[in-house]
Ligand binder design. Structure first.
Ligand code: GDP
Length: 461
């Protein structure tokens, strides 16, 4: 029998209400001792919470008062007996109450241990448990909606449907192998190839939705670079919609990298405004520039800002080489178009004289007036493939990795069948693909991975 666990379930700090959650076989007994009440399942009882002398078995002083709620197993979040003590939301009062619960034999819960028990008792599967953490951590309304979809099992449902298709096909192929005299006919019949096509289509659909979910969850990394005074901080402020970076007319004020988190229609952008990039002897700025190189390396996109007045003199190829930027990542921003009377625009500029093949996106904006900022935002959404759609589920990197691995196995199996008529190999690949999908819902997940997933939860969850 597992130990009874407890934790403060509400966030640290002061609030109207503070909740202590207890789960396990002693939960009811502990709460009845503290409240001196007989608990009724799912019934809110108003009560005092008492300290108790363990030697004389008498109640001493009142700690707090509030509501006690009892959910008997298996109809509780964890699937065990669960009690909530809802008192006043002050850190000291909650600590005193928590100590009292611990005194009666419960132990402090580890991070995510309530959710882990819910998973172990089959109340939720692994991707639903992850969705709880993702819902709590959601940074936008879109991310929260997607997390709710996952929590309600919509992602798991799709995974299970796909797993069923894999199982059906594997049974069909294995039946063909078991009757060798008919094997050749079986294996070359249309049923198998059509099933594989259907399975691959379903994979692609789920992967596309999961990729949207992962974008919502993780967002993209963007670096803003350019000469001092080109308008990096101003652009950052425009994108963020509020003044965060220091904007000033003295060159080189942004001394170090500055990280900013913003959203465009729910798409999270982690933006790094680099140090004013220039050749310098100033040690602090040199360190800043070194860090800028590292950030460029890590980023998905680099916004290179150039003052409109200097734009025609720029050798773009040299800039890319100098700053070691992968040319696929680069978006040139022609800023301050208000000074040269230009309109906002986006174009793919061909630098044919430098290399026949290279083309770069250039977006003309004014970070001062805000003109062209929408063009830039829409371009970023397009290049990362962000679509605002319903029915997205919040997916994690590990889900996508498992989905892609499973799809690759199906594709290998298909080739084995087509080229070598190797039904056994196809069956084996289908079995491995099915196992990869089972990792997502946690039917088949290594203990250390489970430990890692739950340890990233907050305490009390
Ligand atoms: P940074 O050094 O690259 O971060 O540049 P800042 O954002 O601090 O801008 C330097 C100066 O240029 C400030 O005085 C800004 O107000 C001004 N500036 C930035 N963008 C524009 C723009 O689009 N038009 C005009 N007219 N001025 C701008």
């Amino acid at each position: 029998m597992l130990e009874t666990i407890t934790a403060i379930a509400t966030p640290p700090g002061k609030g109207g209400v503070g909740i202590i959650r207890i789960s396990g076989k002693d939960a009811k007994k502990i709460a009845e001792t503290i409240t001196k009440k007989i608990l009724i399942p799912r019934y809110a009882i108003y009560s005092n919470f008492y300290t108790h002398d363990l030697i004389t078995h008498t109640s001493k002083s009142i700690i707090d008062n509030g509501i006690v709620l009892y959910f008997p197993n298996p109809h509780s979040f964890t699937g065990e007996d669960v009690v909530e003590l809802q008192g006043h939301g002050g850190p000291v009062i909650l600590d005193i109450l928590l100590e009292e619960v611990l005194k009666h034999g419960a132990r402090l819960a580890n991070p995510g241990e309530f959710s882990e028990r819910a998973f172990l008792n089959d109340k939720i599967d692994l991707s639903q448990a992850e969705a709880i953490a993702d819902l709590i951590n959601a940074g936008s309304k879109q991310a929260a909606k997607a997390a709710i979809n996952s929590l309600q099992g919509k992602f798991s449902e799709k995974i299970n449907e796909l797993k069923d298709l894999l199982i059906q096909l594997r049974m069909y192929v294995e039946a063909a192998i078991d009757f060798p005299e008919e094997e050749v006919d079986f294996l070359s019949d249309q049923h198998i190839s059509l099933s594989i096509v259907e399975i691959k289509n379903q994979f692609k659909e789920i992967i596309a939705a999961a990729m949207q979910g992962q974008l919502l969850q993780e967002g993209i990394n963007i670096v803003i670079i350019g000469k001092p005074n080109a308008g990096k901080s101003s652009l950052l402020n425009q994108l963020a919609g509020q003044d965060r970076a220091i904007v000033t007319e003295i060159a080189g004020t942004t001394r170090d990298v500055l990280k900013e988190y913003i959203q465009i229609d729910g798409l999270p952008l982690h933006i790094i405004d680099t140090a004013g990039l220039r050749e310098t002897t100033d040690l602090v700025e040199k360190i800043g520039i070194e860090r800028a190189y590292q950030e460029i390396e890590k980023a998905e996109y680099v916004l290179f800002i150039i003052d409109a007045i200097e734009f025609n003199k720029i050798n773009f190829e040299n800039l890319i080489v100098k700053w070691k930027i992968n040319s696929k990542k680069i978006i040139f921003i022609k800023n301050k178009i208000d000074l040269v009377n230009e309109k906002p625009a986006i174009n793919t500029t061909e630098f044919a004289e430098i290399t026949k093949k290279t083309s770069y996106i250039t977006i003309s904006i004014s970070a001062k007036t805000g003109e062209g900022i929408d063009l830039l935002k829409n371009h970023l959404k397009t290049v990362v493939g962000y679509q605002q759609q319903e029915g997205v589920f919040l997916a994690r990197r590990r889900h996508l990795e498992a989905l892609n691995r499973a799809l690759a196995l199906v594709e290998v199996g298909e080739i084995q069948l087509e080229q070598a008529k190797a039904g056994e190999l196809l069956a084996e690949d289908l079995r491995l693909a099915q196992l990869a999908l089972a990792e997502i819902t946690g039917e088949f997940t290594a203990d250390d991975l489970l430990g890692e997933i739950f340890s990233n939860f907050c305490i009390g969850k």
